[in-house]
Design a protein around this ligand. Structure first.
Ligand code: HEC
Ligand code: HEC
Ligand code: HEC
Ligand code: HEC
Ligand code: HEC
Length: 182
């Protein structure tokens, strides 16, 4: 079960200028990413989810654990999105009271996975893994914010380099370029 991508804006001149400052070894791996992608936090994008999924309700009111749905977060780089089957584990026994739930049930009947759109993504030239952070006891909310109050797709963190670096400094984690730019 995966995400599809939202469109990203093209790279900018400023990126190429900043590239001039770095060593060649780092540049080669960075450039590959820069040619294809730029940008992470796109807070202006409209929600484009096929079903208006509500975290505040499911993770807040129903108090479902984040990892009940994002099962891969503690064992792999990506957290992942839940399968249709997991949603239907509950919704099979509930009335379809909203248009969103009807769409969910339609997908189930056609056995067609829901194509969740991933709204925030790091550029390809950045290496990140959930597993490692999870192992150090960081909470999901430390990085993703107060998700249990968010009624649409969570977008609290900025995923900018300074954001990563300041926490790495505070918690004594590596700030070498190659830690995040392989
Ligand atoms: C009932 C299942 C469920 C639970 C529980 C749940 N999520 Fe989600 N989450 C989803 C689905 C479905 C999506 C994709 C649709 C969307 O983004 O709204 C998603 C998307 C996300 C995203 C991706 C946003 C992006 O960049 O597109 C983040 C981050 C996230 N969830 C964090 C959390 C956190 C943190 C918790 C616990 C507080 C949590 N989720 C609990 C189902 C769940
Ligand atoms: C150290 C900060 C940090 C912590 C802690 C963290 N995340 Fe993330 N999360 C990120 C970053 C950065 C991304 C973007 C990764 C990318 O684009 O490659 C992300 C992406 C996601 C996504 C969407 C892409 C994917 O990986 O499937 C989901 C869902 C998600 N996180 C859920 C969670 C959950 C659930 C937890 C707790 C178990 C958690 N995160 C803990 C920083 C964090
Ligand atoms: C633990 C049980 C459970 C799971 C798992 C679950 N739901 Fe729900 N969901 C509910 C309940 C209960 C309601 C409230 C139903 C009502 O009010 O009629 C609800 C409501 C909804 C609504 C309407 C709420 C609103 O605010 O519009 C949608 C859409 C929805 N769920 C989608 C999903 C999707 C998609 C998944 C899988 C990612 C999922 N649910 C997983 C129990 C669950
Ligand atoms: C809230 C704090 C926090 C934030 C935010 C954070 N990190 Fe980390 N990160 C840590 C800690 C603590 C470790 C050390 C884990 C360990 O020692 O096992 C770490 C370790 C890592 C490692 C593994 C380092 C190694 O030695 O192999 C990578 C890669 C990484 N972070 C990338 C990122 C990126 C990229 C971002 C931003 C998108 C980010 N981190 C944001 C706290 C954070
Ligand atoms: C802890 C992780 C981390 C470390 C360490 C790190 N970076 Fe980054 N870097 C990032 C992230 C995340 C981005 C993407 C920022 C965005 O998309 O806004 C980035 C982006 C960049 C960019 C693209 C321009 C920009 O600002 O968006 C360059 C160039 C760059 N880093 C160079 C470096 C150099 C040189 C070092 C070593 C001195 C370094 N980085 C160390 C995480 C890191």
């Amino acid at each position: 079960m995966g995400f599809t991508s939202a469109d990203r804006p093209p790279m900018t001149r400023a990126l190429w200028q900043s590239l001039g400052l770095i060593s060649l070894a780092t540049v080669s791996s960075l450039m590959i990413g820069l040619l294809y992608s730029k940008g992470s936090a796109d807070s202006t994008a409209q929600d484009q989810q096929p079903i208006p999924f509500n975290h505040a309700f499911h993770a807040g009111e129903l108090a479902l654990d984040c990892r009940y749905c994002h099962r891969a977060a503690h064992v792999s780089p990506a957290a992942g999105v839940p399968s249709l089957q997991l949603c239907m584990g509950c919704h099979q026994n509930l009335d379809a009271t909203t248009a969103g739930i009807k769409t969910l049930v339609d997908h189930w009947q056609r056995q067609e996975p829901v194509e969740w759109v991933r709204l925030q993504r790091l550029p390809d030239f950045v290496y990140f893994t959930h597993e490692r952070h999870f192992a150090r006891g960081l909470e999901c909310t430390t990085c993703h914010g107060d998700v249990i109050r968010m009624t649409s797709t969570p977008r609290a963190a900025t995923y900018e380099m300074g954001w990563c670096l300041s926490c790495h400094q505070q918690r004594g984690a590596s700030r070498d370029c190659v830690t995040c730019h392989k």
